[in-house]
Design a protein around this ligand. Sequence first.
Ligand code: SF4
Length: 439
Amino acid sequence: MTERVGIALRTLGCKVNQAESDAFAAVLVRSGCRVVPEDACAVVVINTCTVTGEADHKARKAIRRALALPGAPTVVVTGCLATIDPAGVASLGERVVVEPDKSRIPEVAAALAGSAGHAPGGVGAPTVVCDVDAPPRARAATPRRTRSRVQVKVQDGCDTRCRYCIVPDARGIPRSVPSDDVVSAVARLAAEGVAEVVLTGINIGRYRDGDVRLPGLVARVAATGVPRLRISSVEPGDVTSELLEVMASTPSVCGHLHVPLQSGCDRTLAAMGRPYDSAAFAAMLASARAALPGVVLSTDVIVGFPGETDADHEASLAFISAAGFARLHVFRYSARAGTPAAGMAGQVPMPVRSKRAAAMREAGEAGALRFSGSLVGRDVELLVERVDAAREGRPPLAEGVTREYVRMRVEAPAAVPGALLAVCVTGVAPDGTVTGTVA
Ligand code: SF4
């Protein structure tokens, strides 16, 4: 029987969790540990999310699944659920180890894996991603997730306290990775051939390093020469004229903004504690479009927030349908214990939430198809993330994302992951993926 060795990593939730898990993997590899699939591990690390009741449910299910893996691995649980409910997580099984302090995860996992988890020399050369909570020496250590696109965590925490959100309790107050560390991390990635870096954080508009705020950070990072730079989700109030100016004057920055709306209805926005109304959001969209002609805008929306009436939902749907988003992420409200919204009157029945989610998704899909259709005939830049070469008698199929953050598949005989290809868009598949011909 094969000896089970090594450490598996499982990540739930947001891109920040993914960036953090990448950081764990890099530190483990650098210290000589093996990072392996779950079916061959002695230890599983689960990086959890707790943003909604559903997220908690998924996290508990993942922990139970890991406990049931053959070989009975130790299950190390970190992340937001481990911070908010350590006792509840620990009660899931005797082999569960709760470690809310993410900076300790590599050390804890390596110790639990023991000598069986260590392999002399490690695997491959480490790359660099920033971890805001890591001690300074470890802050810039880490592997890339793919050779082509890397999430770089530059900020953690939030103090906005939207009424549905537990994140401020789970992740604490805003704090930022020093800009010098971010710049050197991205410079190393660029030197290693990474084609796109995504600046990620819980609320990156709160980025602060002395006088350097998000626009200054973007300008400094772009100066490293990384071919493509993308900014992850930015709150509406942080889409400032300074940020738009930097984006407009920096060719490597993708003209794509993901700005969470959450509702297009003013009554619901006020109930959520979101610090803007629909008119202010519309004005922000207009400024973005004026400053960045052709900018691609995407958003998140929650349906079925407590107190949301049919009329409120219709108002939200009408706003979103008119706003021209290229992509819409729809979330059915799910109460998170410990948030003000969980105790609010007017909880919307689940079937109504589901119906509203379906209507909203339909509007989102229509917008996405409209946007993808508008690309037909245009030249775009595809970042190849994977290549399917095993196609009998046909050229390899390259798949990846464009600058517009649209998924694309093209036949490309010489494509390799990480390549940037000029492609003319020729069509849209039913799933919204665009197709084209390589120039
Ligand atoms: S801005 Fe609101 S929704 Fe986003 S993390 Fe902060 S509190 Fe949560």
